[in-house]
Ligand binder design. Sequence first.
Ligand SMILES: NC(=O)c1ccc[n+]([C@@H]2O[C@H](COP(=O)([O-])OP(=O)(O)OC[C@H]3O[C@@H](n4cnc5c(N)ncnc54)[C@H](OP(=O)(O)O)[C@@H]3O)[C@@H](O)[C@H]2O)c1
Length: 339
Amino acid sequence: MSGGGRKKTACVTGGNGYIASVLIKMLLEKGYAVKTTVRNPDDMEKSSHLMELQALGPLEVLRADLDDEGSFDDAVAGCDYAFLVAAPVNLHSKNPEKELIEPAVRGTLNVMRSCAKAGTVKRVVLTSSAAAVSGRPLQGSGHVMDEESWSDVEYLTANKSGPWGYPVSKVLSEKEACRFAEEHGISLVTVCPVLTVGAAPATKIHTSVPASLSLLSGDEAAFGVLKGIEMATGCVSLVHVADLCRAKMFVAEEDAAAGRYVCCSVNTTIVELARFLADKYPQYTVKTDLLSGERLQKPRVRLSSEKLVREGFEFRYRTLDDMYDDMVEYGKVLGILPN
Ligand SMILES: NC(=O)c1ccc[n+]([C@@H]2O[C@H](COP(=O)([O-])OP(=O)(O)OC[C@H]3O[C@@H](n4cnc5c(N)ncnc54)[C@H](OP(=O)(O)O)[C@@H]3O)[C@@H](O)[C@H]2O)c1
């Protein structure tokens, strides 16, 4: 792409975030020009990594808020691809309808409208979640879930158990984005990642990394997220952030890509993860007191990325060992683990 012609341009929403920071880095390394958005470009504490990433290639940082209609017009204008990554992710919201579900759907449609206006976007890649796939009542074990499976909004809304608003926000955002894309002739692909791990340029983050290190850090609130996932879905499924971002680029660039893509490389349980961590990091004491009560020994459910693999994508981080290689160092950078 650097052969003198115009660089392909990609918009990545929410550049301050964990996953977006890796995607921006990879796009720049691949020769893309990148336009990213943050809510407050003056908040250097959150976005200093973006200044560092500017050394890799053309990276423009623009102000945009999912709540403000038309806010993403400039960011998307002239782009070949739009990666919708920003979303409200406050799992512990007291009022999920108003603070999570409605803003997520409204914000997704807001960016989709900017894409329609731009008229240059060849493909939109929406970051959904495995939470939009596996939140359903299940009996027994041995279930395999793929892109055909949707979390059950009626069941989740009726039970209101755990962080129920998050899966609902992801299902409704995905469905509304698909409806809008069809109505406006936009090529939309959605990626549904499982719990995402691995190091990233962003250093002020609070989502999946604290949860996936909670057995080492002893952070009970972060462990609660892991426990909630296992209880709600019958497994703890993981993907490395580098594989996730490569998968997003893959489905953006492959003309034939269409529909949803589950992005998962390992299905495990808290018990298996605890055993693995104790073995890999003998210098830490795995907080076995967190494991009290009856715990799942083997996953009852497996999330399948067969569609991605069938279409030619290769995961590079296929085992827990691969995935956790850079996690302890990153955990130290984030202040989750002691130095
Ligand atoms: N991490 C995972 O394991 C995982 C798994 C599946 C799916 N996902 C999805 O992946 C995406 C990124 O998640 P992440 O883990 O990278 O989380 P993150 O680090 O918290 O990133 C979320 C980003 O969204 C931005 N955002 C939130 N509300 C916004 C608003 N009203 N306007 C503009 N931006 C807003 C945040 O900006 P501020 O910095 O200004 O708050 C932040 O940059 C989300 O859609 C999430 O649902 C994550």
